[in-house]
Design a protein around this ligand. Structure first.
Ligand SMILES: Nc1ncnc2c1ncn2[C@@H]1O[C@H](COP(=O)(O)OP(=O)(O)OP(=O)(O)O)[C@@H](O)[C@H]1O
Ligand SMILES: O=P(O)(O)OC[C@H]1O[C@H](OP(=O)(O)OP(=O)(O)O)[C@H](O)[C@@H]1O
Ligand SMILES: [Mg+2]
Length: 411
């Protein structure tokens, strides 16, 4: 454990280059599902569209050479930074493997590796904080890190663009927590904490955190006037009991560490929600050869895998007079609507020497958690011979996140 005073007191008002908005800086957070561009986009996006985007990017660069800052080094390979340690490291590799993007590392002590499926891509194992720093400096082009680290170490840098904001692991929140007892016994909201008479210029509230930038920005925006920060690397939950800090700003997942150390979260005290993200350098996306194609491929594979996870394919047979009549019955059930709708196909058999349709086969994708309900609903409308299979990938016609990314890049 290491700790260093950032200064006896942090005079928040003049010394912090803080933006007024509590939300992530524009250009940093790319929200695929909510953007109007994503909602409006219906055109299929194939490899040609990626090439077109790459060509557009090249033209844009060619059109304004004077304004463009040079890319760091004239390397021709694209670099992906992956966490070298910590709890994200293993999960990152396993996610990539599930997307058929297995990382090949010849020796565990080597910091470089490759993904045989993607030529022209170098993998560099780095600490998560360094991944963000190196994306900003142009020494990496892509990275997988927690949103918390992007917010803290990216500090609103417009060059960072989130390509996929929800890789579905590393879920945690950055939260302010206070001791359960003593002067905090009746403090349950951030407002109550701000208004405590204890905090004065002579005796500021002492906050220990590894998130000095995001933490200070949040407290300033919430109206804290007298704050003193202590930077800590780990075991922050011990600081209040040791008398070294009044409150902590740290990552929380299950809440066990807080509870076991007699601390509690308070209403309004969540600073940000985090999970693993795929993040890129805007300069690289705009100008490094091959970068758009690689980003598109990674995004598509990640989306296909993540969309399929937790979903199953249910197949059943059903008697009926026509496909439409069977469809009416299936669509009358809430759990059988599928992704776009059920697929219904005739099952041909020989009846009295003639080919005839007696049954229809229904294929429908449903969330794994509603499996039993789906089976019950299928049976209630005459379904039989139910087969259930796990889905590995769902490649949609287009990836809304890709469309959002292109629009973010002005392409
Ligand atoms: N308790 C948690 N549960 C889930 N995700 C977490 C938790 N703590 C941190 N994370 C996420 O994992 C990332 C890496 O955290 P982790 O603690 O594994 O690495 P580290 O702090 O660099 O390693 P170490 O703690 O060994 O120095 C964090 O940036 C955050 O996004
Ligand atoms: O809510 P919980 O599920 O209890 O998780 C929260 C804890 O996890 C992280 O610590 P980590 O395990 O990384 O240890 P560290 O402090 O040594 O980094 C974080 O800093 C909290 O202490
Ligand atoms: Mg940790």
């Amino acid at each position: 454990m290491s700790a260093a005073m950032l200064g006896t007191r942090l005079d928040l008002a003049p010394s912090f280059p803080l933006s007024p908005s509590p939300s992530p800086p524009s250009g940093l957070r790319v929200r695929a599902s909510t953007s109007p561009a994503a909602a409006a986009g219906t055109r299929a996006l194939g490899p040609r569209a990626v090439q077109a985007a790459a060509a557009a990017a090249a033209t844009a660069v060619a059109a304004k050479p004077a304004a463009a800052t040079p890319l760091s080094s004239d390397r021709t390979v694209v670099r992906l930074g992956l966490p070298s340690k910590g709890r994200m490291a293993e999960q990152t590799l396993s996610l990539l493997k599930s997307c058929q993007l297995s990382v090949r590392q010849l020796n565990p002590r080597q910091y470089t590796a490759d993904i045989p499926q993607v030529p022209n891509l170098e993998v560099w194992f780095q600490r998560p904080t360094d991944i963000v720093r190196k994306l900003c400096s142009g020494d990496l082009d892509l990275g997988i890190v927690g949103y918390d680290i992007i917010s803290e170490y990216g500090q609103g840098n417009e060059d960072l663009v989130i390509v996929h904001d929800a890789l579905e692991f590393g879920h945690c929140r950055l939260s302010l927590a206070v001791p359960k007892e003593g002067i905090f016994e009746n403090i349950n909201t951030l407002e109550e904490l701000v208004n405590m008479p204890e905090w004065t210029e002579e005796r500021p509230i002492r906050v220990v955190t590894g998130f000095g930038y995001v933490g200070a920005k949040f407290l300033k925006e919430k109206g804290f006037k007298h704050v003193s920060f202590l930077a800590g690397d780990g075991a922050l939950e011990s600081y209040p009991a040791m008398g070294m800090a009044d409150v902590i700003v740290d990552l929380v997942s299950s809440g066990t560490t807080l509870r076991e150390n007699n601390l509690k979260e308070i209403e309004g005290g969540v600073i940000l929600e985090s999970q693993a993200t795929l993040v890129a350098s805007r300069k690289s996306l705009n100008r490094r050869e091959g970068m758009l194609e690689i980003s598109h491929e990674m995004l598509e594979r990640l989306e296909a895998h993540l969309t399929a996870s937790g979903k199953i394919m249910v197949t059943a047979n059903m008697r009926g007079n026509s496909a439409e009549e069977v469809a009416e019955r299936v669509l009358s059930q809430t759990s059988l609507c599928g992704l776009q709708g059920p697929t219904i196909s005739p099952v041909y058999c020989r009846l009295d020497g003639k080919v005839a349709v007696d049954y229809y086969a229904i294929n429908v994708v449903v969330p794994q958690k509603s499996l039993y309900k789906s089976i019950q609903q299928l049976r209630s409308i005459g379904g039989s011979g139910v087969l259930v299979s796990k889905l590995t990938y769902i490649f949609d016609e287009e990836t809304p996140r890709w469309r959002t990314l292109l629009s973010e890049l002005g392409m």
